[in-house]
Design a protein around this ligand. Structure first.
Ligand code: DAH
Length: 342
């Protein structure tokens, strides 16, 4: 048999093999069988050694041409097989993006969180830093430094949970004022949100656990006009330009003078409704000029500096903001209620 026939035989049997094969591994085995070290075409190349020098060039050319042709055949089949495998893999891994899925149930922010974020972003916009303090507090910060010495009658106004003689669950966020005055130098401008505790009944307007947002500003020449201006700016920012504040004289041991502040009723915008009992005003916070005694106890010279403070009830603001009539709804965690405030 001549070289040509030999090559043709190899080509034919390879072609047959290729047409019936279905994966790349088989194809590579076939490639070895022909072109590998012990392959049939390689054997043919080796057999050239037995030819005469005159016959060799022509034989070499034939074998090389055959080798190229066979390589091309193998490569073409390989590409086709790879395409088929890829196609199959794509089909196997396909994801139906339209298939309905069970989505995990995601919670929603609590209405108090929403209202708190609004207040804090308004206050930070006015240049306040946000500062936090401990919920389990020393009597010293919760009372003493705020001008509420032991046996002071004003302590009665706050039904305190005592841990022991010196430790309480903080009854307000005001101790953060004292902590901050002791740790920072004026000018001070801080807002302190947090949970507070009172041994109170639970009803539509009372809870033993609730939240306050404390504000404190200390600088040179701070006066009551700055307090009023700041609160006006805060509530206009929160609820609209038509909001006004009204100050009524009050008493807190840590401020002098002290005031309770009413806000234009958010619900009727001042016209008078059930929520404001026809007055057009709603009480929202206590405030005042920081008592010089407090400044002094907290290491700030009251002949150089003055300041104001205020304490906002977060639940109260939240209820006004969303027209919620019963405080207890805020603590029950009923999803049907909570999901309304997105
Ligand atoms: N700490 C007071 C309370 O819980 C609220 C309060 C009143 C805070 C006047 C203040 C303030 O900072 O100046 O009833």
């Amino acid at each position: 048999m001549g070289i040509k026939e030999n090559i043709e035989e190899i080509r034919q049997s390879l072609q047959q093999e290729l047409s019936s094969m279905s994966d790349i591994k088989q194809l590579e085995e076939a490639r070895q069988k022909v072109l590998g070290k012990k392959g049939t075409l390689t054997a043919l190349l080796r057999s050239m050694g037995s030819l005469s020098p005159e016959e060799r060039p022509a034989a070499g050319q034939l074998i090389n041409a055959g080798r190229e042709m066979i390589s091309a055949m193998l490569d073409a089949r390989s590409a086709a097989l790879k395409a088929v495998e890829r196609e199959a893999k794509l089909r196997r891994d396909a994801i139906d993006v339209t298939e309905p899925r069970d989505l995990p149930r995601v919670g929603v922010p609590h209405p108090c969180t929403l209202a708190l974020n609004e207040v804090l972003s308004a206050l930070t916009g006015l240049g306040f830093d946000i500062v936090e303090g401990p919920e389990i507090e020393l009597d010293h910060y919760n009372f003493e430094l705020l001008n509420l010495p032991k046996n002071h009658p004003a302590r009665d106004a706050q039904d305190t949970f005592y841990v022991d003689d010196n430790i309480v669950l903080r009854t307000h966020t005001s101790p953060v004022q004292a902590r901050t005055m002791l740790s920072r130098k004026p000018p001070i401008r801080i807002a302190c949100p947090g949970r507070v505790f009172r041994a109170d009944e639970i009803d539509a307007t009372h809870s033993p656990v609730f939240h306050q947002i404390e504000g404190l500003v200390i600088d040179k020449d701070v006066n009551m006009g700055d307090l009023k201006g700041t609160l006006d700016a805060l509530f206009k920012k929160l609820y609209g330009e038509d909001m006004e504040t009204r100050f009524r004289p009050s008493f807190f041991p840590f401020t002098e003078p002290s005031a309770e502040v009413d806000l234009t009723c958010i619900s009727c915008r001042g016209k008078g409704c059930r929520m404001c009992k026809g007055t057009g005003w709603i009480e929202v916070l206590g405030c005042g000029m920081v008592n010089p005694k407090v400044l002094e106890m907290c290491g700030i010279d009251p002949t150089v500096y003055s300041g104001f403070a205020f304490g906002i009830g977060l639940e109260r603001i939240t209820m006004l903001r969303y027209g919620i009539k019963d405080l207890r709804l805020l603590y029950e965690g009923d999803e049907r209620f909570l999901r309304q405030f997105r």
